[in-house]
Design a protein around this ligand. Structure first.
Ligand SMILES: C[S@@+](CC[C@H](N)C(=O)[O-])C[C@H]1O[C@@H](n2cnc3c(N)ncnc32)[C@H](O)[C@@H]1O
Length: 286
């Protein structure tokens, strides 16, 4: 039986290491980017329109890392809260807030048990955060709890296909299937973190069980003329120009959840914080 607390500790340690190796340095570039893009190959949001107009929306980013996506949303008029398990990642986020602005609340917590009030957000986003590193049954239920009726959930994760094609130890996705999809869910990479990679059918089941309807599944390919990512060894640009390396989901909460129920009600939890920052196998971002 997997030990959830051991998984959490393993992932926290992994993300402290990745922060020292890459994300802290990369954060400045990401915070100052002019355009909002998605994923390893920078697919522009303007080509997808998955977020829509975020002006005035209360947004929570689950597994925000250095919180550059939240920063981009704040610049577009949203009121984001960044939540992450890793003090190291949040420290980078807080430094970027000081250097570049804007400042918004940062919360150190597990996205499977968020210490914030029910129905206090209009949009939940996760870019390779909870969407990869948390149990979908738990973090999707938390998203439903945190959203107001009609609120939206937008998340990016590795494609199912890429997950089937990456070698267990190291290296980029191959042109052949290296593991069965049947039974694929929790993946503990040797020497790396613990991730969750349900198939599309399982995602739809979990979303529906928690009161969401799926609005879109964008299967992201690498745009022409992009380079392979400098750090994350998941799929080369060549591979990703032929097969989708990433799945970007959009769903809307249409009714109260009838899902797992474990995190349904939380009367003692605080509302959104009002202050400033607090603060596989490393195949991240998966
Ligand atoms: C690839 S980063 C994604 C964040 C951001 N989009 C980025 O690229 O910097 C993954 C983040 O998920 C966080 N994470 C992992 N497990 C988590 C959990 N249980 N709760 C909250 N955050 C978690 C990690 O600490 C890490 O900062």
């Amino acid at each position: 039986m997997p030990d959830a607390r051991a998984d959490l500790a393993r992932n926290r340690a992994l993300w402290a290491m990745v922060n020292a190796q890459f994300t802290d340095e990369h954060a400045a570039r990401a915070w100052t980017a002019e355009e909002l893009t998605w994923g390893l190959f920078g697919v522009p949001e303007r080509d997808l329109g998955v977020l829509g107009d975020v002006t005035g929306l209360d947004v929570i980013e689950l597994g925000c890392g250095t919180a550059y996506l939240s920063a981009q949303l704040a610049r577009r008029g949203a009121r984001p809260v960044g939540l992450d398990l890793s003090p190291a990642q949040l420290a980078s986020a807080a430094r970027c807030q000081e250097r570049f602005g804007p400042v918004f609340p940062l919360v150190e917590a597990d996205a499977e048990a968020v210490p914030l009030r029910d129905a206090s957000f209009d949009l939940v986003v996760s870019e390779y955060g909870a969407s990869v590193w948390c149990d979908p049954e738990r973090w999707v239920a938390e998203s439903a709890r945190l959203l107001r009726p009609g609120g939206r959930l937008v998340f990016l994760t590795n494609s199912v296909l890429a997950t089937l094609c990456v070698p267990a130890d190291e290296g980029f996705a191959q042109e052949r299937l290296l593991r069965p999809q049947r039974g694929l869910r929790r993946v503990a990479w040797p020497g790396g973190g613990v991730e969750f990679h349900p198939g599309h059918g399982d995602w739809v089941r979990v979303l529906r069980a928690n009161g969401f309807v799926v609005e879109a599944l964008h299967e992201l390919y690498a745009p022409a003329d992009v380079e392979t990512h400098e750090y994350y060894a998941i799929a080369t640009a060549g591979w990703a120009s032929r097969w989708p390396a990433e799945d970007l989901w959009a769903a809307r909460l249409t009714r109260p959840s009838s899902g797992s129920g474990a995190y349904r009600s939380s009367p003692g939890r605080a509302g959104p914080p009002s202050g400033g920052g607090s603060a596989g196998r490393t195949r991240p971002p998966s």
